[in-house]
Design a protein around this ligand. Structure first.
Ligand code: RIB
Length: 297
């Protein structure tokens, strides 16, 4: 494989940090405020770019001020942009508390009307193709049915969760987090052994390899029945927003380079952890040299 194509959402993230998250009906004071581009598609593309591979990001923005800001940011990250435009750019309101936990409300805006037909002339072959589920599921199905074969490897993050069997069964590697893995497998995950069991059920049920991202408990992969667990890389977590996206982007870029599942998992495991050490999604995503120097320690 020669290229990485990320097909997915682009948002403007508005981040409010407070000592704790508000409860229903409550107004609380935030102590910090940030505004950065985000969206699972854009985040994955930035993670790919920062870890050394120039990706193509295929997505849809609005016709507004946020679209201009986001475009400027993403061009600086050395991402090849293939965009169409709708009415409003997607927005995510993110509340973060001091433990690093967050609550996110997403208004999809133009992401919600992204269609395969607007991009059907894009050539997708010999590529790692990365999906998440913040654009219409039909659009993902249309892309998959048109690009299957052609030497492509499909990685799908089933987030936000939706059990679309066509997508799940036509993906080479699924990358759920712990909650999504529980929903896919239909069992509880309380420890690493449970996660291994869930990975076996997912592989059997959807015939797709699976990486389960376990947050501060590390990650594991079940690739063609071979299961390997990766311990967490311990950091001081500030904000977990986008950590899963960073993991996916780092995994894809290292796999493109090395074709080694083990090396790519180790690389992504560290990248995801490092991404939690700052506020927002991609401002805190690490560069390749940071990850490599930790791997060499
Ligand atoms: O995965 C994190 C992302 O989810 C944020 O950047 C936000 O935009 C939401 O889409």
């Amino acid at each position: 494989m020669k290229h990485i194509k990320v097909i997915g959402s682009i948002n403007m993230d508005i981040i409010l940090s407070s000592a704790r998250l508000p409860v229903t009906g409550e107004t609380i004071k935030a102590d910090k405020y940030y505004m950065y581009p985000g969206g699972k598609g854009a985040n994955q593309a930035v993670a790919v770019a920062r870890t050394g591979v120039r990706p193509q990001l295929i997505g849809k923005l609005g016709n507004d001020y946020f679209a201009e800001m986001i475009t400027t940011y993403l061009k600086k990250e050395n991402i090849d942009l293939s965009l169409t435009y709708g009415d409003k750019t997607g927005i995510a309101m993110i509340n973060v508390e001091s433990s690093g936990k967050n609550m996110i409300t997403v208004y999809p805006g133009s992401n919600g009307s992204m269609a395969y037909d607007d991009f059907h002339d894009i050539n997708i072959k010999n590529s790692i193709v990365m999906f998440q589920q913040e654009i219409p599921l039909k659009t993902i199905r249309d892309f998959i049915s048109n690009i299957a074969g052609n030497g492509n490897m499909i990685i799908t993050d089933p987030s936000p969760f939706n059990e679309d069997r066509y997508i799940l069964e036509n993906t080479d590697i699924l990358t759920p987090n712990e909650n999504e893995a529980q929903l896919l497998a239909g069992c509880n995950i309380k420890n690493v052994e449970d996660a291994k069991k869930a990975s076996r059920i997912i592989l059997e049920k959807y015939k797709s390899n699976v990486i389960i991202k376990l947050g501060d408990n590390g990650s594991l992969i079940n690739y063609e029945g071979n299961i390997k667990y990766f311990k967490p890389y311990k950091v001081g977590t500030v904000d977990t927003t986008g950590a899963g996206d960073c993991f996916n982007g780092a995994f894809a870029s290292e796999f493109l380079r090395t074709e080694s599942i083990d090396k790519s998992m180790e690389f992504a495991n560290i990248a995801g952890a490092l991404s939690t050490t700052g506020y927002g999604a991609f401002p805190s995503f690490p560069y390749r040299n940071q990850i490599i120097s930790i791997m060499e320690e």
